[in-house]
Write a protein that binds this ligand. Structure first.
Ligand SMILES: [Zn+2]
Length: 216
């Protein structure tokens, strides 16, 4: 999971909020398209929960309500609670589904767009690709498909930065934090960032120790 910085909502959000009696069911196809485009731009075209690549396609990308719409008093157009998500392996058995498809209406603890909590500090990745975080089970983030994808990214990054010094690690960190010319982040970027941050911390600690020994 990656921290999302929310931007300005598309004009249709204010229109819907002004329309008396507007519900989620009354949202038009064009309005949903505009919402998906704005959400994907905020998220670097990655699913807000599993970090897989998502395109602006009504069949492959959903507009998710972090706070379930079934909760009494929920504003379905509250921009901060809207997220773009992948198709969650829709159509597969429930045990293989993930993200909002697996979640249903279950309440979540981690809010990737909450300025009050940095989700990246609340998620850990194990060497086998497992993710450890409060909502891993609700979102089925350790299903085989996601676990293998994360492990592949992790193995590639680990292999690449084996002998990296602090400068090279910082450079890779900047690349994994950034977006390409189309504003897209790299899929599963959170896994790479966590690993690179850990590696950088270890390298910096080691060089501090070496400096300390020399000065003695
Ligand atoms: Zn997803």
């Amino acid at each position: 999971m990656l921290q999302i910085s929310k931007g300005k909502p598309p004009a249709c959000i204010a229109e819907l909020q002004r329309t008396p009696g507007a519900t989620w069911a009354s949202v038009g196809g064009d309005q949903k398209e505009a919402m998906r485009a704005a959400l994907l731009a905020e998220q670097g075209h990655l699913c807000a929960y599993c970090m897989s690549r998502v395109h602006n396609d009504p069949h492959r990308c959903g507009v998710e309500h972090w706070r379930p719409r079934s909760d009494p008093g929920t504003d379905p157009f509250h921009w901060n609670d809207l997220l773009a998500v992948c198709d969650g392996n829709a159509g597969a058995p429930h045990v293989l589904q993930h993200c909002d498809k697996h979640r249903g209406d279950a309440p979540l603890t981690l809010h990737p767009a909450s300025p009050a909590q940095n989700v990246e500090d609340r998620v850990a990745y194990r060497l086998d690709g497992r993710i450890e975080c409060a909502d891993a089970d609700a979102l089925n983030l350790n299903c085989r498909r996601l676990l293998e994808n994360r492990r592949m990214v992790q193995d590639a990054v680990r292999q690449r930065c084996l002998n990296f010094d602090a400068t090279a690690l910082r450079q890779d960190l900047a690349e994994w934090s950034g977006v390409d010319a189309e504003g897209r982040r790299r899929p599963f970027a959170g896994v790479a960032l966590a690993l690179l941050r850990r590696r950088l911390e270890a390298v910096e600690k080691r060089s501090k120790r070496t400096r300390g020994n020399r000065e003695r």
